[in-house]
Each structure stands twice: as structure tokens, then as C-alpha cells.
Ligand binder design. Structure first.
Ligand code: G3I
Length: 342
């Protein structure tokens, strides 16, 4: 399994990032523990907001493009690949010696117009996926810590694969394992993840994912890691003991686990008590990752409430999900992560 490679990367990263910064930052603390701590990164925010880039480079050692590597951006026009935005993010990461998680190669969402709500002849759909996977992976080859090859491929609430998007409807359920073989063929050195939400603790959806992944591995599907998105709410989040058990069983399959999109949603009218509870949840995630056998990366889905997707997706019901407020003031969650890392 690829765990050695990833562990090597983490060890190397810690060495590479042997932080000599005088000031204590999440990045300097995480490097001492060999933990990758990262954030989703928006090129738009970087261009209009100098403070954004300064903080992300100072506090994190890993990046994930929030949207710039998705099919609707890199292959907006069928057969034409435009990596301008993604390359800018890779350049930022290289300049600041940061690792990059790459997401997602295959998803039922973030589809370009030419693929949205379409059903292609089966072979044509396979050819499209193969061209996309090979072109994108070879463009970034050697500069990516891990690839989320398939994102959110399982049903939310029922057994089986999500029956959404052109790839399921054109190819059938076997598309979900074929894309891993394609990715492995495109770059045999690549570390390949499956990424999904609502499967962070012990739950029916986590059990379904565990059994599905176990079956794929038994069939020789080249999957090396599991991404737990960890989008949680202050009134609905898994307890750390269950997350520990869940990570352990994936580790027992030989898989690396990454926390890939951590945010903790508060009610729009948040109180000081909400912020305290949020801090405790963030602290618990870091402590759980540090204690796990193989959970070397924790990625936040952004770091400042100014650019969080939460108010939009929740139509204003939830907000304040991240560790800096809209004016870049660190919240109790920031200090809680630092405390967990010390
Ligand atoms: O860039 C265009 C802009 O040119 C256009 O004017 C505007 C209005 O149509 O849309 C802009 O693109 C939007 C993009 O975010 C950048 O802001 C897309 O419409 C919008 O759908 C996209 O939403 C993203 C969503 O994934 C879908 O790709 C969110 O920002 C992003 O936070 C969210 O992230 C996902 C992860 O990738 C997978 N896990 C769940 C997570 C939350 O849904």
C-alpha cells in the first residue's frame, strides 16, 4: 500500500518545513508533529485580498484548490484543458513550500455545461473520463500529495452508489472503480483517495462506505486513502471516540485517512458559548488525527468566515464555521487547534 509513500511525504514535509519561524503559528506547531494542516484555497480571494495569502502561507503547510481543479474549470470546453487558475495555486504552494491535495477528478457536481445532465454512449463516457484523468494527473504529476479520484460517489442515505451525474448514467456503477484503475495507470506513483461526507464517525453511512471500500480493495482496486470531509454542525457532530474507531478501521484496511474539508457550522446568531463549543470540536479533530495511526493531514474548508461556503449553502441559517472571523481575527477555534498541536 502507499502508506509508506504518504508517510514519507509527511516526514519529508516536516523536514522540508523545519520551521525556524520565531512566531508560533499553526504551521510551525503542526510541522513539529509531522501533521499536515491545510486549507481550501480560492484564487479569487488571493487576487483581491493580500491579507488572505499572507495568512494562509503563514498558518498552513498544505493547500487544496476549492474549485480551480474541478472539471467545470479545467475542462470548461470539451477536449480543451485550461490550467491557468490551478497553476497559479500550484505556484503559490511552491513559493511557500506547501503541499497540495488535488480534488476531485470525478464528481457528479461541478460539471461543465457540455457534460451536465448528459448521458453519453458508454465507451464515449469512458474515453472522456480517461482523457480527463490522464491529462489532469499528468499535468500536476509529482506535485500533488494525494488525489481525490472520486468524490461523493455513494448515496447519502441508502446503500449503493449515488445514481447522479453523467458517469453513472452512461457507464453504470462500475464507473466508480474504473476511474481508480485509470488514475493508477496515469500515474502509478500517485496516492489515490476516495472522499465523502457524513462518514466521519461511526454511522450507517460510514459503515456502508467501509464495506464498499473493503470490497473494492478485495477486487484489487487501487485506492490508498479515505477522505473524511468533516462538515459538521455545532448541534450535530460525531464524538471523537467514534471518529477514532472509524479512522482505525480504515487504517486496518491499509488505508491512509485525511480529514479533507473540516468546518464547524454555527447558527447565524452565534453566541460566545457557540464559539467555545466550536473550539472544542476543532481541538478534538486535531487530537484525534494526532493520536491515529495514519491520519497525517487535516484540511479546513477555508480559514476565514469571509470566504466560507456555509452561509450560501445554508441560506443564511448557519455561519461562522471557520477559525478566523471575517476581519481575519483568530477565533477561539484557532487557539484550540494551537493548544492541541502543542
Ligand atoms: O467562478 C464562477 C463565476 O465565474 C460565476 O460568475 C459564478 C456564478 O455562476 O459561479 C462561479 O463558480 C462557482 C464556484 O463555487 C466558485 O465560486 C460555482 O457556481 C459554485 O457551484 C461553486 O461552488 C463550490 C461547490 O463545491 C461546487 O463546486 C463551492 O465554492 C465549494 O466550497 C464546494 O466545495 C465542495 C467540495 O468541492 C466537495 N465537498 C463538498 C464541498 C461543499 O459543497
Amino acid at each position: 500500500m502507499k502508506t509508506a509513500g504518504a508517510a514519507g511525504i509527511v516526514a519529508g514535509t516536516a523536514g522540508l518545513l523545519g520551521e525556524t519561524q520565531a512566531a508560533e503559528t499553526l504551521r510551525s506547531l503542526a510541522a513539529k508533529k509531522g501533521l499536515l494542516i491545510g486549507s481550501a484555497f480560492s484564487r479569487g480571494a488571493l487576487l483581491k485580498d493580500p491579507e488572505y495569502g499572507k495568512i494562509i502561507a503563514r498558518e498552513f503547510n498544505c493547500l487544496v484548490a476549492e474549485n480551480e481543479m474541478k472539471m467545470d474549470v479545467v475542462q470548461r470546453v470539451r477536449g480543451e484543458f485550461d490550467f491557468t487558475q490551478a497553476d497559479a495555486i500550484m505556484a503559490f504552494a511552491a513559493r511557500h513550500e506547501m503541499m497540495v491535495r488535488a480534488v476531485p477528478l470525478v464528481w457528479h457536481d461541478a460539471l461543465p455545461q457540455w457534460a451536465k445532465n448528459k448521458t453519453f454512449p458508454r465507451q464515449e463516457a469512458l474515453d472522456i473520463l480517461r482523457e480527463h484523468i490522464f491529462t489532469v494527473m499528468r499535468h500536476f504529476r509529482g506535485n500533488v500529495l494525494a488525489w481525490d479520484v472520486l468524490n461523493e460517489g455513494l448515496n447519502d442515505k441508502a446503500p449503493g452508489l449515488r445514481q447522479q451525474g453523467p458517469w453513472f448514467h452512461s457507464i453504470g456503477p462500475e464507473y466508480a472503480e474504473k476511474v481508480y484503475h485509470m488514475a493508477h495507470e496515469a500515474d502509478p506513483e500517485a496516492v489515490l483517495f476516495y472522499n465523502d461526507f457524513d462518514m466521519d464517525g461511526m454511522s450507517e453511512s460510514a459503515d456502508r462506505c467501509y464495506l464498499w471500500i473493503k470490497e473494492l480493495l478485495a477486487r484489487g482496486v487501487p485506492i490508498h486513502g479515505i477522505g473524511l470531509q468533516y462538515h459538521v454542525k455545532i448541534d450535530n457532530h460525531p464524538n471523537p471516540a467514534d471518529v477514532t474507531r472509524n479512522i482505525r478501521r480504515f487504517n486496518d484496511l491499509g488505508l491512509i485517512v485525511h480529514i479533507t474539508e473540516l468546518d464547524v457550522w454555527l447558527p447565524a446568531k452565534a453566541t460566545a458559548e457557540h464559539l467555545r463549543q466550536q473550539a472544542a470540536i476543532y481541538r478534538g479533530v486535531i487530537e484525534t488525527a494526532l493520536a491515529a495511526r495514519n491520519c497525517p493531514a487535516v484540511m479546513l474548508w477555508g480559514f476565514s468566515d469571509r470566504y466560507s461556503w456555509v452561509p450560501g449553502i445554508s441560506r443564511g441559517t448557519y455561519d461562522h464555521a471557520l477559525i478566523y472571523d471575517r476581519d481575519y481575527r483568530p477565533k477561539p477555534a484557532y487557539e484550540a487547534i494551537a493548544a492541541a498541536l502543542r
